[in-house]
Ligand binder design. Structure first.
Ligand code: ZN
Length: 176
């Protein structure tokens, strides 16, 4: 099993850098990074994690949607490592929903995202996968892919009045 890694916090310059494509998925350092990212995501009750958040400028994301205290309405899926992910299509239709981020603890913001996406990536066995996601999972994928390009969700919040503390979010907003 993997180790629990430290998560870079907002303001650390690594969160603003572009991550690099993985060239050798079978390199033991990449395989153990994936294990560590899966363990870290589970330990922090996250629904997603991008490698720059654990101080590695590699194009690797974990998507791990499941209902939990931080996101009570999230659908359940098998935690999935996506390597060199590319969003090949996104719907013109967007919706705005609350997002949070393990690198920005205590803050939620309303972010517009495409409601449907198509994504191409390599799995950890180097198989090419192309699949579509909608709604919550599509949102998580877009959020994590942004991290690979040095972008945090705060940059996508359209109106500062659409920011909230996590405490207030869980107390009232999530129940609306
Ligand atoms: Zn994030």
């Amino acid at each position: 099993m993997g180790k629990i890694l430290q998560i870079a916090q907002l303001g650390h310059p690594i969160l603003q850098e572009r991550a690099e494509e993985v060239t050798d998925i079978f390199d033991p350092s990449i395989q153990s990074l994936i294990d560590d990212m899966l363990t870290t995501t589970a330990d922090s009750n996250g629904v997603g994690l991008a490698a720059p958040q654990v101080y590695e400028l590699k194009r690797i994301i974990i998507v791990s949607s499941h209902p939990n205290a931080r996101y009570p309405y999230a659908p359940k899926m098998e935690p999935t490592a996506m390597i060199n992910p590319v969003i090949t299509w996104e719907s013109d239709e967007q919706n705005k929903e609350w997002e949070g981020c393990l690198s920005i603890p205590g803050i939620r913001g309303m972010v517009p995202r495409s409601t449907k996406i198509r994504i191409k990536y390599l799995d950890r066995d180097s198989h090419e996968i192309e699949t579509e996601y909608a709604d919550f999972i599509a949102r998580v994928v877009q959020h994590e892919c942004d991290h690979l390009n040095g972008i945090s969700f705060l940059e996508r919040v359209e109106n500062p009045k659409e920011l909230a503390s996590e405490k207030e979010f869980l107390k009232s907003i999530a129940k609306r």
